[in-house]
Design a protein around this ligand. Structure first.
Ligand code: GDP
Ligand code: MN
Length: 377
């Protein structure tokens, strides 16, 4: 789950990270007042759940409160990567002498928290990783011991030769680790962490993603979810009990079981296609679930065809078939559907689907190939 910068800043501040004062406001007048309260210069920042706001024009400096109101007016309503800006954060601006990247993720390989720092801050870290990977210092942290002093020294010395600054950054990294662990984040990032000409260190951006699996016990954090800023399909899927992740391809996938869904996507890629989504309708799927899945997938304009790949165990193939018929009726489907149903009640399912325009496939491979063919037309 992604949370807004304003909320991530509050979490960081709670754990002692140096975050400039800020206010979240919905309009230009609010921005003016916030700038007066905080003291100028300020920076006005679009609050949307995507990165790269700076490049998109969603982050602007203002020297006076009048200017803050003007900048807020320009940013509010702006479309950034498909999301409309409804609120802006007005924060005290700082002078920048140096910009660092500092971040944490869960490292799958070592199955431990991983801290990353780079003196190449302020820019897209994926870009740094691609072009100059040696500029990123990675440290795997053992949660039994937390961040060790020698690990801190390795990171801080890579960022600054100045002892005072290195010391400040060391304290910040320790706090970042605490915050990351406390909210059970899957990612926590400060890009950039800046050094001012006077030698102060400030976290001027804040990004935290929370591990969805921990939300049931992270009640405070769970309340920060902003559904209006999330992908609509993903919100609806969650409500319908489906697990869904939108991707950029043209082949919609309806599959039961996360493993089979992954295998289906792999096979689509293997034969040269691009999946439009990951979707697991889970076990014991009712026709309703299939219908919900279909609606969500069809909202995506890139989808040229849908591949339904069901391995009937607890999931009954006839239930899925009924769902497909219902969906076709209700949604007036005009794109090809490739269906592979195997397992429990597959005979009944085949009976139900007989005479419809659905493209049947006997094996997964055949289904995938047919879907790719259909998507090309
Ligand atoms: P992002 O583009 O979504 O990552 O948003 P950021 O919060 O990182 O802001 C983008 C850029 O705006 C930063 O990399 C800085 O260069 C600039 N910026 C943000 N806040 C300040 C500030 O307080 N002072 C100055 N001088 N620049 C800022
Ligand atoms: Mn940033």
């Amino acid at each position: 789950m992604k949370i807004h910068e304003a909320d991530a800043r509050a979490i960081f501040a709670k754990y002692g990270l140096p975050v400039p004062p800020s206010r979240l406001v919905p309009d230009a007048e609010g921005a003016r007042k916030a700038a007066e309260e905080i003291g100028c210069p300020v920076v006005v920042k679009a609050q949307v759940l995507v990165g790269g706001r700076g490049k998109a024009g969603g982050v602007k400096l203002a020297a006076t409160s009048d200017e803050a109101a003007k900048k807020a007016k320009a940013i509010l309503g702006m479309d950034i990567k498909g999301i409309t800006v409804e609120k802006v954060l007005v924060a005290r601006a700082v002078d920048i002498k140096q910009e660092f990247y500092v971040g944490m993720v869960i490292d799958r390989r070592s199955r431990k928290p991983l801290m990353m720092v780079s003196p190449a801050g302020g820019i897209d870290i994926e870009e740094v990783a691609r072009t100059t990977p040696e500029k990123i210092i990675k440290v795997v942290i053992d949660p039994m011991f937390a961040v060790m002093p020698f690990q801190l020294r390795r990171m801080t010395s890579a960022l600054s030769a100045d002892k005072e600054i290195a010391k400040k950054v060391g304290v910040i990294l320790t706090s970042l680790y605490k915050a990351f662990m406390a909210v059970e984040a899957s990612l926590a990032e400060i890009n950039p962490l800046v050094v001012t000409p006077a030698g102060e260190v400030w976290a001027i951006d804040a990004k935290i993603n929370i591990d969805d699996s921990s939300l049931y016990r992270q009640k405070d954090v769970a309340g920060l979810r902003d559904e209006s800023a999330e992908d609509r399909g993903e919100v609806e899927a969650r409500e319908a009990g489906l697990s869904f992740v939108k991707l950029d391809g043209s082949i919609g996938c309806i599959v039961n079981g996360a493993g089979l869904a992954m295998a289906t996507m792999d096979m689509i890629k293997h034969f040269g296609g691009e999946p439009a989504n990951f979707l697991d309708i889970g076990g014991s799927s009712s026709p309703d679930k299939v219908l919900a899945a279909m609606k969500i997938i069809l909202r995506d304009r890139n989808v040229k065809t849908i591949l339904i790949n069901i391995f009937g165990g607890i999931t009954r193939c006839d239930d899925v078939a009924l769902g497909l018929i219902e969906a076709k009726k209700q949604l007036g489907l005009d794109i090809p559907l490739v269906v592979r149903l195997t397992g429990t009640n597959e005979d009944r399912a085949r009976e139900i689907l007989k005479g419809t325009a659905l493209i049947p496939a006997a094996t997964m491979e055949e289904g995938v190939k047919r879907a790719i063919e259909a998507a090309r037309q």
